[in-house]
Design a protein around this ligand. Structure first.
Ligand code: 9GP
Length: 829
């Protein structure tokens, strides 16, 4: 069947959701108009580029009409607004998703068809904004999609980085980082708003003065000013006429030139100043699950938070309401601690500019802010040196001291017999260099603190923030992450979407729980056949990509086993590659082995400063080179590393995956969201009892997931008892062989020390992430997978049961839980 035969299944009629101001012209007519009048190009013939940009502008017009109508409605209805503050967003490419949400897919297909073009070709023209590192940024984008689809009065806020996360190239097996100049052609999805401009101060001094009531007041002045300019990105809801926006701040020089130095003839000096001001929004920090303690990063955090608080207060002031209604009309969600400096910033504005008293201002803050924690890795919990904040944001440091003083006074009062408690919960850590603990600031200044999976929230309560639970027993809650079904099924897996809509209707797109009805179809032979065909179509598409990009032929009937995510020791890509090496050894030992061919696919970036993660990438590529060129194993085993893993590549990989690798050391992965994407698309998970894997298991059923290895409690217990990786090395000959190969020149002929860092970390270094402890269980589980995959009926049934069980993991469900449990907002459609 042709694409067009199915499209009606996925499209509801337009008139159901057209907003006021709908136009008479067609999308194609408008695109042609824009090619001539906005791009200034001949529109009598179209190429891919012109068609792409013309369509972007025509789609954008429609979003703008809806967005302005929605903004008007917010004011008219006096709606409570949500501000979602995140230093990262990873929206992926826009065109296809926006067409889909606005119900314009058919029109776009027809228009392109008339010009001998296709949507697939022209989306190649689109550059993906990499304004995030990984899970946290992508989650923010999934939530923005759901907020718009649920018609929430919500705004995303972040930074318009000129350079997103680096572009990864692999040269001679090594990761090489290249700048990602995603704006080199400009982006029409982003609307600059030069009049939404706020001055942001750094450094300077604090003066004291007495007001008419004799109250001591503070005034922060001097220092450097940088301008924050708004750029808006639009997020349409799915077929509901609702459009929200993400406001991304861009740093601009305060003055085009500093006049004094200009007059003094220091032309270069004044230009230099302009450049350093703009640096603030120049580049995203490429660290995931580990903060970069650099001044520029703190500047970025304050810069976007200060501009956002100004914007919120600007809108609130239009309502002419008393200050105590600020939290009735607004709620601010802090995505991680990165925006936590918003708490002292709002205090400063209320105290120093609006002249409120401390109690009143603090009461407002505590009712306004909510904080989501996404990590328990100690090295990833942000702290900033007191000295740095004192210099960069002197007034904020005073306010943090005062918040802390009052908080600790209360703690001492209520926990008299625990003299150690105040220093443990203090916002400021003691030691040779005092530091501000941003998570403590976020907890104390918020009315809600949530983790992102059941296990993660439990760990926060039991371990990481245990003391705070007793101080604020009602503050902690769980909101298990979710993913948007629009991008992660409807958009990325068109064949399966057709099949689902044919059998279930289209409502699953906005009500993912409908997927449970698939359970009634598992015994239908024809349905299972169609299911398998969909999967095969996706696998062939991925195989074509691998052939084109990596020049390696892979067998689409082999098991596609995929691990794509940031490279981090706790995510244990190492465990995966150790298993592959042992498989390789076994095939070489038994050339007549009967086994299901397997294609192991890796993708992901390592933080440029994280040497061990880069060494692991190099190891994978060296193993791949050896395995793929060995005539004895070539037909059974392929290892592929796909460079520059990003949202677009994920959309290609996710629907083509048979086995999803989610193998972090139990207790370390807060939730994971990749795990959800794969299972939703019918992959089977091999995973540890970590993060959301546990909840996925509960929903898809024990028999449809491969959980293995130590659970979180066992990891802790083993560590307490004294974990000795050498024992595993000594007692498991297969494992020993693999490790010895890594510690030789087998994969790097002539260089036997290339991977000694890895070998040493696993043995003499104590194997901090317990790779060796889980090795045997992992290998045995893989044997089971390989065995069960051959029983196609069994496997396809399990695959269907995965999709059927994943309804819960929709970001619509997650956002509804935030609405009910934290935000108290009214959907507005
Ligand atoms: O590492 C977590 C990941 O497990 C989670 O799924 C994601 C979204 O909640 O956040 C990641 N954390 C970070 O990226 C930094 O804290």
């Amino acid at each position: 069947k042709d694409v067009k035969d199915y499209l009606h299944l996925l499209d509801k009629p337009l008139d159901e959701f057209e907003a006021p101001g709908a136009r008479n012209s067609t999308l194609g007519e408008d695109a042609l108009w824009h090619v001539l009048y906005s791009l200034g190009q001949d529109n009598t013939y179209l190429n891919k580029r012109k068609a792409y940009w013309g369509l972007v502008l025509a789609v954008r017009d429609r979003m703008l009409e809806k967005w302005t109508a929605v903004q008007r409605k917010y004011y008219a209805n006096d709606d409570k607004r949500l501000y979602y503050l995140s230093l990262e967003f990873l929206p992926g490419k826009f065109l296809r998703g926006n067409l889909l949400a606005l119900g314009l897919e058919n029109e776009a297909h027809e228009f392109l068809h008339e010009h001998d073009l296709s949507l697939d070709e022209i989306v190649d023209e689109e550059c993906e904004p990499g304004l995030g590192n990984g899970g946290l940024g992508r989650l923010a984008s999934c939530y923005m999609d759901s907020m718009a689809t649920l018609g929430l009065p919500a705004y995303g806020y972040g930074i318009r980085y000129s350079y997103g996360l680096f572009r990864q190239e692999i040269r001679n097996g090594h990761q090489v980082e290249q700048p990602d100049n995603w704006l080199h052609e400009g982006s029409h999805w982003l609307i600059p708003r030069p009049h939404n401009l706020f001055p942001i101060r750094f450094y300077g001094t604090v003066n004291e003065w007495l007001d008419d009531d004799g109250m001591l007041r503070h005034d922060w002045r001097g220092g450097d000013l940088v301008m924050a300019m708004a750029n808006d990105m639009y997020v349409p809801g799915y077929r509901n006429g609702h459009v929200n926006s993400i406001r991304l701040w861009e740093a601009r020089p305060h003055k085009e030139f500093v006049l004094s130095s200009f007059n003094a003839g220091d032309y270069i000096g004044s230009v230099q100043e302009k450049i350093s001001d703009e640096n603030i929004s120049m580049v995203l920090y490429p660290s995931d699950d580990a903060p970069e303690g650099k001044t520029l990063r703190l500047k970025q955090q304050y810069f976007f938070v200060a501009a956002t608080m100004r914007d919120m207060v600007r809108r609130f002031k239009k309502l002419n309401k008393p200050w105590d209604q600020l939290p009735e009309k607004n709620v601010v969600q802090l995505n991680e601690t990165h925006p936590a400096i918003a708490i002292p910033e709002l205090m400063r504005m209320l105290l120093d500019e609006e002249l409120l008293g401390w109690e009143e201002a603090w009461c407002i803050c505590q009712k306004l802010f909510a904080y989501t924690n996404h990590t328990i890795l100690p090295e990833a919990l942000e702290t900033w040196p007191v000295k740095l904040i004192e210099r960069l944001l002197p007034r904020h440091m005073q306010i943090i001291y005062e918040i802390n003083r009052r908080f600790l006074e209360e703690v001492r009062l209520h926990f008299r017999d625990e003299p150690e408690l105040p220093s443990r919960v203090s916002l400021i850590s003691a030691g040779p260099e005092q530091r501000v603990r941003m998570s403590h600031l976020a907890i104390v200044g918020s009315f809600s603190v949530n983790g992102v999976s059941s296990l993660h929230t439990q760990i926060l309560k039991d371990r990481v923030f245990h003391d705070f639970i007793r101080i604020f027993p009602d503050r902690f809650n769980n909101k298990t992450n979710g993913i948007t079904p629009r991008r992660w099924l409807r958009q990325c897996n068109v064949p399966l979407s057709w099949l689902l809509s044919e059998h279930l209707g289209c409502n699953w797109i906005t009500d993912l729980t409908q997927l449970k009805k698939l359970r009634e179809l598992v015994d239908d032979v024809e349905f299972r056949h169609d299911w398998e065909q969909c999967r095969l179509t996706n696998k062939k598409r991925l195989a074509d990509y691998i052939e084109k990009v990596n020049g390696i032929t892979v067998n689409p009937h082999s098991i596609f086993d995929v691990q794509v995510k940031r490279f981090h020791e706790y995510k244990r890509q190492l465990l995966n590659i150790l298993h592959i090496i042992s498989l390789y050894n076994n095939i070489r030992r038994n050339p007549d082995v009967k086994m299901q061919p397997c294609t192991f696919i890796f993708g992901g970036k390592a933080a440029p400063s994280y040497q061990m993660a880069k060494d692991i990438i190099y190891l994978i590529n060296c193993v791949a080179r050896r395995v793929n060129s060995d005539p004895h194993t070539r037909n059974f085993l392929k290892v592929i590393f796909l460079a520059n893993y990003n949202v677009s590549l994920a959309q290609l990989l996710v629907p083509a995956t048979d086995v999803s690798e989610q193998i972090s050391t139990a207790g370390y992965e807060a939730s994971g969201t990749g795990n959800m994407k794969f299972a939703l698309n019918g992959a089977l998970t091999i995973g540890t009892r970590d993060g959301a894997n546990i909840e996925i298991g509960e929903r898809v059923g024990d028999g449809n997931i491969y959980l293995f290895g130590l659970c979180e409690k066992e990891v802790l217990a083993l560590r307490r008892r004294g974990y000795d990786p050498w024992e595993f090395y000594k007692n498991d000959s297969e494992l020993r062989e693999v490790l010895d190969m890594i510690n030789s020149d087998q994969f790097t002929p002539g260089d036997s020390t290339a991977f000694s860092s890895i070998f040493n970390s696993l043995l003499t270094g104590g194997d901090p992430f317990m790779v060796l402890a889980d090795y045997r269980a992992y290998v045995e589980t893989h044997k089971r997978i390989s065995h069960e995959y051959v029983d196609r009926d069994l496997w396809i049934k399990k695959s269907i049961m995965n999709t059927a069980g994943m309804g819960y993991f929709s970001s619509d469900r997650a956002v509804k839980e935030y609405i009910d449990g934290i935000w108290s907002l009214e959907p507005d459609v």
